[in-house]
Write a protein that binds this ligand. Structure first.
Ligand SMILES: [Zn+2]
Length: 211
């Protein structure tokens, strides 16, 4: 007989214990509930308090920061009396103008299109669950978002920007734009979102409503 620290077994998923490999069924957990292995008592699953609501709040914050990061210049350069402003999009365009279309496409996809799609998709999934509105698009959308998790490369872009800024600082005057702060906060927000968004909580909801 399985042992749980939780309630009923209405909606269950089978899982092998990561410590002793015992296959057992785990019910959908409520806030703060944990499920432990029947044999070795290893922690199998934990439901954090309002994890989906907090994830939704961070997703919406991320989308606002993304819009701000793209609306204004990240950095401005002053050389020979001429001021040039650099946005994320203009940096992408400059790669196309420099006849590097592959790099331009890669940058457009990894720093603008994919983060935007990822944030909007996550908000759509979490908002649907929050509003108790389950369309047949949610599960494929969330599965796709999970499988493409590594495509966003904002951190790498930031690293490249810092390296370029350090090299240019001796020959030009460099001004930091408001978008750079939004960009830094966006990376921080996405990192926190990846920590607090528990995919199992989302699947639990989708599984429950698929019955
Ligand atoms: Zn075990």
């Amino acid at each position: 007989m399985m042992r749980y620290e939780t309630g009923g077994l209405d909606y269950r998923t089978a899982r092998a214990c990561h410590e002793c490999d015992l296959l057992q069924y785990i019910p959908i957990l409520k806030n703060r509930e944990v499920a432990r292995c029947q044999r070795c008592k290893a922690l199998l699953k934990r439901r954090h308090v309002m994890s989906l609501e907090r994830s939704l709040a961070f997703s919406i914050t991320g989308l606002i920061l993304f819009i701000v990061a793209n609306m204004f210049p990240l950095v401005s350069l002053k050389a020979l009396g001429v001021m040039q402003h650099g946005t994320l999009f203009s940096a992408t365009l400059s790669l196309f103008e420099a006849e590097m279309p592959f790099l331009g496409m890669l940058m457009l996809f990894t720093t603008i299109l994919f983060p935007l799609f990822s944030l909007c998709g996550t908000i759509y999934v979490l908002l649907s669950i929050r509003m108790d509105h389950y369309s047949h698009w949610i599960a494929p959308m969330f599965r796709f978002l999970r499988s493409t998790d590594a495509w966003g490369m904002l951190e790498i872009f930031l690293l490249a920007l810092i390296v370029a800024a350090v090299k240019l600082v001796d020959i030009t005057e460099l001004y930091v734009g408001v978008s750079l702060y939004a960009f830094l906060l966006l990376i921080l927000t996405l990192t926190i979102l990846s920590i607090i968004l528990n995919p199992e909580d989302v699947w639990d909801h989708l599984r429950k409503h698929a019955k």
